[in-house]
Design a protein around this ligand. Structure first.
Ligand code: KIV
Ligand code: ZN
Length: 514
């Protein structure tokens, strides 16, 4: 491989999903994995197979479906973890076992309660064991950036000798600063005798806002794999944002001359999908994918842009896949036009799903004058992911206002094929609507997040609502879109509830023993 080529290892589905509230179901993970594959990601870390049956299933299904990227699963330094991981990645065209253990004094003493020599023995044991299942083994020194150099060198050398092809040096707690982290990578290149037999990888957390800067400094010091996530999703302050790393390398190739295989035009699509699925809104001023990243408001900037876009634009919106909202269709558009629009937007749907989406599109076009690409995406995502739902939204009527009468909602749902209706009041129209749902489908889940955002501009814009529910430590996110915010809210709640039902079934004792 070209010596300046950087391998992009995406861990949105593993480290990203570890951030509280960001849990995703199988369908959503498969959808994200497909988008990552299409954008040219080299390695997709699809999950931590021993963590739960859901994680195992996700890694396994992604391994069956994705053919153009290596599929990695995470495993601690135990035989049980490694075996479960090996089983999950088995169907992959290219599968990787990523095994890790902590190496810093703090982690060894308090977390592992193990002596360094015991940890070193575990490194050798785990990597050698993993090599029985695949040639592609990655070893990570958890809390690597706070590890004593002599000990880190010994571990890295031993891991390579035991068969690890990739050595990852995480900045697990986001403590490093760029010149120090680059010096650590250089130190390994200078001191580990067999370092040329492995790819050096970096994995940076963003606690001090330095994850991307640290990753780029490490690349300049010789690292050739970067672990990152879409939108910087991840534990605490998140991981290094893939879109920022890739665009920095592309835009500043004059100064940091390293390449990736990422088709950057796919970035916006991936960012929106991850944000929708997790309910983690991207801040408007976020680099590359924030709503304002390419907006020029001030008169001076606009004037400069009109004269020459390069005055204020260091990369084009098109280079990250941001196209001006296009007016797609109106209420006179037919099935054929709708089908071809779906294809253009990257959807491959069966006839029934197309028909359901078309009915909703027609309904939307009756209520909304201009239908944009974003509207179609919101509508189809809302409809298509729901095909196997046990609870389905049918209709909603709400009476509310400033007079002193409690808001009242009348809701109709289909529950396991049976239509049920209920009327309820609440502290506000949303509360009344959610109370109806609780009456029709009794449950104890707690509402953790209720969030509304407009898909496009204007008062007739669709509202996209995210609802996060929590039950017994399990969280699920549901989205719903409609021009009526309350209908979107009901749809989002119902979606979350459906996901919770699936989660409950999957963790039921009989499912565990299956
Ligand atoms: O942050 C970290 O150290 C990790 C490892 C498991 C790679 O996520
Ligand atoms: Zn991490």
């Amino acid at each position: 491989m070209d010596k300046n080529r950087v391998i992009i290892f995406d861990t949105t589905l593993r480290d990203g999903e570890q951030s509280p509230g960001a849990s995703m179901n199988l369908e959503e993970k498969l959808k994200i994995a497909k988008v990552l594959e299409d954008m040219g990601v080299d390695v997709i870390e699809a999950g931590f197979p021993i963590a739960s049956n859901g994680d195992f299933e996700a890694v396994n299904e992604i391994a069956k479906t994705v053919t153009n990227a290596t599929i990695a699963g995470l495993a601690r330094a135990t035989k049980a973890d490694i075996e479960r991981c090996a089983e999950a990645i088995k169907p992959a065209a290219r599968g990787r076992i990523h095994t890790f253990i902590s190496t810093s004094p703090l982690h060894m003493k308090y977390k592992l309660q193990m002596e360094p020599e015991k940890v070193l023995a575990k490194v050798v044991e785990s990597v050698s064991y993993a090599r029985n299942f695949t040639d592609d083994v990655e070893w990570s020194a958890e809390d690597g950036s706070r590890t004593e150099h002599d000990f880190l060198c010994r571990c890295v050398e031993a891991a390579i000798k035991a068969g690890a092809r990739t050595i990852n040096i995480p900045d697990t707690v986001g403590y490093a600063v760029p010149d120090e982290y680059a010096a650590l990578i250089r130190m390994l290149f200078n001191r580990v005798p067999n370092i040329d037999q492995a790819i050096i990888s970096v994995h940076c957390h963003n606690d001090l806002g330095l994850a991307v800067a640290n990753s780029l400094a490490a690349v300049q010091a010789g690292a050739r794999q970067v672990e990152c996530t879409i939108n910087g999703l991840g534990e605490r302050a998140g991981n290094a944002a893939m879109e920022e790393i890739v665009m920095a390398l592309r835009t500043r190739a004059d100064h940091i001359p390293y390449t990736t295989g990422i088709k950057t035009e796919h970035i916006t699509k991936a960012s929106r999908l991850v944000s929708t699925v997790t309910g983690f809104v991207v801040q408007p001023n976020k680099a590359i994918v924030g709503a304002n990243a390419f907006a020029h408001e001030s008169g001076i900037h606009q004037d400069g842009m009109l004269k020459n876009a390069q005055t204020y634009e260091i990369m084009t919106p098109e280079s990250v896949g941001l196209t001006r909202s296009t007016l797609v269709m109106g209420k006179h558009s037919g099935r054929a036009a709708f089908k071809s629009k779906l294809k253009e937007l990257g959807y491959e749907l069966g006839e029934n799903a197309i028909e359901d989406a078309f009915v909703r599109f027609k309904d939307l076009a009756d209520r909304k004058k201009d239908v944009f690409d974003e509207d179609i995406v919101a509508l189809v995502d809302d409809e298509v992911l729901r095909s196997n739902d046990r609870i389905r939204f049918v209709s909603l009527e709400v009476v509310c206002g400033s007079k002193h009468r409690p808001p009242r909602a009348t809701l109709e749902l289909e529950v396991d094929g049976e239509t049920k209706q209920c009327e309820s009041t609440g502290d506000g129209p949303v509360d009344a609507t959610f109370n109806c749902i609780k009456e029709l489908v009794p449950h104890n889940a707690r509402l953790q997040l209720y969030q509304v955002h407009a898909v496009t501009q204007g008062t007739d814009a669709q509202a996209e609502v995210t609802v996060r529910l929590e039950e017994d430590g399990k969280t699920v996110n549901g989205q719903g879109a409609d021009t009526d915010t309350l209908v979107a809210s009901a749809r989002a709640y119902v979606t979350a509830l459906n996901k919770l039902l699936v989660k409950r079934e999957k963790t039921a004792p009989q499912a565990l023993s299956a």
